[in-house]
Design a protein around this ligand. Sequence first.
Ligand code: VGL
Ligand code: ZN
Length: 191
Amino acid sequence: MKVDLVGGDAVIIVDVQNDFLPGGSVPVPLGNEVIPGLNRYIAAFLFRQLPIFATRDWHPPDHCSFQQQGGPWPAHCVAQTEGAAFPADLEIPCDTHIISKATSREKDAYSGFSETELNALLQSSGISRLFIGGLATEYCVLNTVRDALAYRYTTFVLRDAVRGIDVDSSRSALEEMARLGANLIDFEVLA
Ligand code: VGL
Ligand code: ZN
C-alpha cells in the first residue's frame, strides 16, 4: 500500500516534550528515537504545504496528575518551563498549530482533543485525514487516536515515530488502535 499526501491531510505530533524524553521527569525510554522520524514527516507535510499540529502537555505547577497532589505521575510539563518545551532538534515550523492540553489543575487529559480547539481547527482547515505520531504510545497517542477515530477522521498512526513508556502496553495500544480502524504506517509508505 502506498499513501499519497493530498489536500485535507494533516500531521499531529503528540507531546514530544523534554520531560517525556530521556533525562526528563517522565521519560519514555528511547523517546528521542522519534525525533528524526518525525522530522521526515514534518518535511513531507511542509513540502506539500499541508498543515502541522503539535500537542503539548501544559500543566499548572499543582496539577492533579502529580504525585504531590495524589496523582500517578512525577511533576512534568509545567507550563512555561524547559521540561514542557519542545526539544531543540524537533524541526517544527513556526506556523505549526500548537495545542496545549490539561491546562487546569482539576483535570487531566491524555487526548489532544480533550477540551481543546483541535477539532474546530481541523474542521475549519477542511482536514479529513490525520497522521499521528509522538509520545507516549499507550497514553497520549492512544487517546488522541481514539478520539480522532471517534470524530471519523481517517487515521494513520506513524508506527516508526511513536514510542511508549512500557513495551508490552505499547504493543497492546498499537493493536487496539488497529482494531479500532487506524492504519499503522511507516515513512516508506508515503508516495
Ligand atoms: C502523558 C503521562 C502523563 C503523555 C501525559 O503525553 O503520554 N503521559 N501526561
Ligand atoms: Zn501530563
